[in-house]
Design a protein around this ligand. Sequence first.
Ligand SMILES: CC(C)(COP(=O)(O)OP(=O)(O)OC[C@H]1O[C@@H](n2cnc3c(N)ncnc32)[C@H](O)[C@@H]1OP(=O)(O)O)[C@@H](O)C(=O)NCCC(=O)NCCS
Length: 144
Amino acid sequence: MSFTLREATIDDCAEILEIRNEKEVRINSFDPNKIEYAAHEKWFKGVLANPSRKILILDNGQIAGVLRFDMDSERAETSIYLAPEYFGRGLGEILLIRGEEWLRNKHPAIKQLTAKIKSDNTRSQSLFAKFGFVEQGEIWVKKI
Ligand SMILES: CC(C)(COP(=O)(O)OP(=O)(O)OC[C@H]1O[C@@H](n2cnc3c(N)ncnc32)[C@H](O)[C@@H]1OP(=O)(O)O)[C@@H](O)C(=O)NCCC(=O)NCCS
C-alpha cells in the first residue's frame, strides 16, 4: 500500500473529524469529548487560514493519519493520530519521519519539536522515544 503526505484542504474537514472522534483517538487526547461538526469546522477553517499552523495528511485514497504542527519562530508542537484501522503497522513512525522532512523543507528555521503526551499513553511514548524525542514530564522534546 502506498501512502503520500500532503497538506490538508477544506475537503478533508469531515473525514478528519470522523477519525478524531474515534474512541481510540479520543481516549489519548487531552480533550476526550466528542466534537460536534460545527465547532470542528470553525476550528479547522481557522487552522487552514493560519500560516503558523499546518495539518498534514497521510493518504492512501483515504485518510490514514493526521499530523498537526503548531509553529512559532523556532519550535513546532507536534500532534498525531492514525485512523484506528491503521494502528500497529508502523505508520505512526512513517508519519513522523515524513512530517519532519516536510518541516525541514518548508520551515528550516525550526530547530525543536515538542509533543504533549498523556502519561498513560505508553504506545505513543514508545513511538516518540524511538523517533528521538526525550521526555520532560508530559512534554516530549526533540532537537532537529
Ligand atoms: C500513537 C499512534 C500514532 C502510534 O502509531 P502506530 O504506528 O500504531 O504505533 P505502533 O503500534 O507501531 O507502536 C509504536 C511503538 O510502540 C510499541 N507499542 C505498541 N503498543 C504499545 C503499548 N501498549 N505500550 C508500549 N509500547 C507499545 C510498539 O511495539 C512500537 O515499537 P516498535 O516499533 O519498537 O515495535 C497511534 O496508536 C494513534 O494514533 N493513537 C491514538 C492517538 C494518539 O495517541 N496520538 C498520540 C498523541 S501524542
